[in-house]
Design a protein around this ligand. Structure first.
Ligand SMILES: Nc1nc2c(ncn2[C@@H]2O[C@H](COP(=O)(O)OP(=O)(O)OP(=O)(O)O)[C@@H](O)[C@H]2O)c(=O)[nH]1
Length: 342
């Protein structure tokens, strides 16, 4: 029976650490395994799964854009991409029915939670005969780590500004079988070499540590780790009410029409200085542009790129999700609306 279980990797890590970028990179590659990537998206927003699909489905030729069943998309290289909201168990059961087409499952868990509830559900009677936990991979933001912080806007370790955040960050590390240090291209090479050592200083256990850029990592290092027995130790160590941590975050969805991109970014920067904004992500509709702009903010760093043309008949709009603590939603909306063009 055990042989038929699909090995499953949980990918965790703080907001904006680089989880989706890692999974995008896995989806693009022909790794010799057919990987199903499951993205857990919040009820109010499909932005994460749209970013994943927008980039990767265009990068792979002859993609089958049609969803197969419940929000499952298939790429021509055999990999699958699935978006799941509240119906995680249902989605996993659907994947179990396709077990002949899947060698490995990777689940991206939200940056504001610990993956413990996902582990529990994978170990529940509904799923335990179909999936086995191969490993928990934690993605840690390299530039933040290099500066002794746990995310781009959060407090310094040792000089704790927000204990809940530090607790979440530390627990995400404590549960890791493997830690991937991301964005090392943004760190000077002499500091880059010291990142694993800096990370080890925060850990009381001994996970494998790997550095990566743009989500690129040797896939053989990600699969077939079979850490399920170690994992139980990690979970027991963590005494945390994960809902309480997760509920401490605000998520504000903002919908607007066409915007001036530079003005939008300068308004976002203003808000990031004023409020505890950790993460901004979404799409912008720009005047006279056939392409959709992706807006990605981690702390005060905001990146913009184009992912695809607006589809014929698609309703164009600007949609942003802003995640942080103690957010003033009305102020966010009013400030960003200034960037709208008529
Ligand atoms: N320069 C650089 N940017 C990166 C790298 N990895 C990720 N990014 C950028 O960092 C931002 C956040 O990356 P994501 O992969 O979306 O992070 P995430 O952990 O999935 O974010 P959440 O799901 O919101 O928690 C995006 O703008 C990425 O393009 C990297 O290696 N180098």
């Amino acid at each position: 029976m055990n042989k038929q279980k699909i090995p499953t990797t949980l990918v965790t890590g703080f907001l904006g650490s680089g989880k989706t970028t890692l999974l995008s990179s896995v989806l693009k590659q022909a790794t010799g395994r057919r990987v199903a990537v499951v993205v857990s998206v919040p009820l109010e927003s499909s932005i994460d799964s749209e970013i994943l699909r927008g980039t990767d489905f265009d990068a792979v030729e002859d993609v089958q854009r049609l969803p197969l069943g419940n929000r499952i998309y298939k790429l021509s290289n055999g990999n699958l991409c699935c978006a799941v909201q509240h119906d995680f168990t249902h989605m996993m059961k659907e994947l179990a029915q396709r077990s002949d087409d899947i060698d490995h499952v990777m689940i991206e868990t939200p940056g504001t939670v610990l993956p413990i509830s996902f582990i529990r559900r994978l170990n529940s009677d509904d799923l335990v005969d179909h999936f086995t936990i191969d490993s928990v991979i934690t993605v840690a933001d390299g530039p933040a780590l290099s500066e002794g912080r746990y995310s781009s806007t959060s407090g310094r370790i040792g000089k704790v500004i927000d204990p809940d955040l530090q607790f979440l960050y530390q627990a995400q590390l404590d549960i890791a079988d493997v830690v991937l240090i991301s964005k090392t291209d943004l760190v000077f090479s002499v500091i880059r070499k010291k990142l694993p050592e800096k990370l080890r200083a925060l850990l009381s256990h001994d996970p494998e540590i790997i550095t990566m850029q743009h989500g690129l990592v040797n896939p053989d290092l990600l699969f077939n780790r079979d850490c399920s027995s170690n994992k139980k130790v990690g979970i027991d160590k963590i005494q945390i009410d994960e809902d309480q941590v997760s509920n401490g975050f605000d998520s504000v969805m903002i919908e607007m029409g066409c915007v001036d991109s530079d003005l939008l970014v300068s308004r976002l920067q203003m808000l990031i200085r004023e409020q505890d904004v950790y993460r901004t992500k979404g799409f912008a509709e720009l005047p006279n542009k056939m392409m959709r702009q992706v807006v990605q903010g981690v702390g005060s760093r905001i990146d913009r790129s184009y992912d695809r043309r607006w589809a014929e008949g698609e309703v164009r709009s600007t949609r942003l999700q802003i995640i942080g603590r103690h957010l003033d939603a009305e102020r966010l909306k009013a400030t960003l609306r200034v960037a709208e063009v008529s």
